[in-house]
Design a binder for this molecule. Structure first.
Ligand code: PLP
Length: 354
């Protein structure tokens, strides 16, 4: 994948104002693309002007969802330095999703080099207002024009980037979450542990129902017994029960979040007890009744941390910490965003400077 050709755009786009960014609405001037064909491997890596791609309507990705993606961010520090947060982990996870979806492996080191080049080309697109960042979306699609259900023999690996606004323009407001009783996101042995399109398509119905009831996200329970807590929307979930932080253990149907892993390491470094284990919704409800459910929050690249102020399970409303953000949630948010923006020392070696 070395020797990346670069074709610069002749028509640079106008950059949106920081307060208009939102999430995933605007794209930078360039994109990265590399092709794969069985027998030949990955070839012709190139950075080209951001543009539509042309695919045969029979391309397998449209019909059978053979595709994977990633999401990571680049930040500008106050010294005007660009840094990525744990990008090696994203490319490693992309390969583990590839494995599950029968997509050929990519060279992780070369993918990171390509990303650094792409960011350098579109450097001026990284916003630097507080809380803003550059969101990067690497993804791979199956392109064989054939309707047979079988793994594709050709693929494209693409990276696009969007400047994104502050998630918390009005301050960090705890969210209300509906615990889903009927629909499930993933099943044991399924693809829940992979970042692949189908998981998100199957979550839309539950998300829509939650939204209609005035809830911002769904809390998904396990797909077998409908009993064990898995994830909240597309974030991992943590609870503070009686002073201990508890998060569901990785069981194959939960996505192994890089923010989740970072939170666990941060908690360990501060000697705050953290357990990765199965946790049933009954245990959460019991803790609430006993008064030991102290905090709850979701974690993911987009929001970093989203405090949970209320859970609705069947007919019961579970109010957490009077609907306010808890102290551990606050500390984790400040420490992690501090490392990402370079205001807190990164003793973990997580940041990669460009
Ligand atoms: C991406 C994702 C997460 C969060 O992962 P991060 O690496 O922390 O961004 C959690 N759950 C699901 C289902 C996801 O797709």
């Amino acid at each position: 994948m070395l020797n990346i050709k670069i074709e610069f755009t002749a028509n640079k786009k106008e950059k949106p104002a920081a307060n208009k960014l939102g999430f995933g609405n605007f794209f930078t001037d360039h994109m990265f693309i590399v092709d794969y064909t069985e027998g030949k491997g990955w070839y012709d890596p190139r950075i080209i002007p951001y543009q539509s791609i042309s695919l045969d309507p029979a391309a397998k990705v449209f019909h059978y969802g053979q595709t994977v993606f990633e999401g990571l961010k680049a930040y500008i520090t106050k010294e005007n330095q660009v840094q990525l947060f744990r990008p090696e982990s994203n490319f490693k996870r992309l390969n583990s999703s590839n494995d599950r979806l029968c997509i050929p492996v990519i060279n992780e080191a070369l993918a990171l080099e390509a990303l650094k080049k792409l960011i350098a080309v579109d450097r001026e697109w990284i916003p630097n207002e507080p809380g803003t960042s550059l969101y990067i979306r690497p993804f791979i699609i199956a392109t064989d024009p054939c309707l047979g259900v079988a793994s594709s023999k050709s693929f494209q690996f693409i990276m696009i980037m969007c400047p994104v606004g502050s998630y918390y323009k009005e301050g960090i407001l705890p969210v209300k979450i509906l615990v889903e009783e009927h629909y499930v996101r993933a099943v044991p042995g399924g693809t829940g542990g992979a970042k692949t399109a189908g998981n998100y398509a199957s979550s839309l119905k539950g998300q829509e129902l939650a939204n209609k009831g005035g809830y911002s996200q769904t809390l998904w329970l396990d797909g077998k017994e409908n009993r064990y807590v898995e994830e909240v929307g597309s974030m991992n979930i943590f609870f503070k029960i009686n002073g201990t932080i508890v998060t569901p253990e990785l069981n194959g149907s939960i996505l192994a979040g890089i923010t989740r892993d970072s939170m666990i390491q941060l908690l360990q470094s501060k000697n705050i007890p953290i357990e990765e284990r199965r946790i049933s919704i009954d245990e959460v409800v019991d803790a609430y009744h006993k008064g030991t459910l102290q905090e709850a929050f979701g974690t993911g690249t987009a929001a970093v941390i989203s405090p949970i102020g209320e859970l609705k399970w069947k007919n019961e409303k579970i109010l957490i910490n009077q609907g306010e953000m808890g102290e551990v949630t606050q500390m984790l948010y400040e420490t992690l965003t501090g490392i990402q923006y370079g205001t807190v020392e990164d003793s973990f070696g997580w940041t990669v400077k460009l």
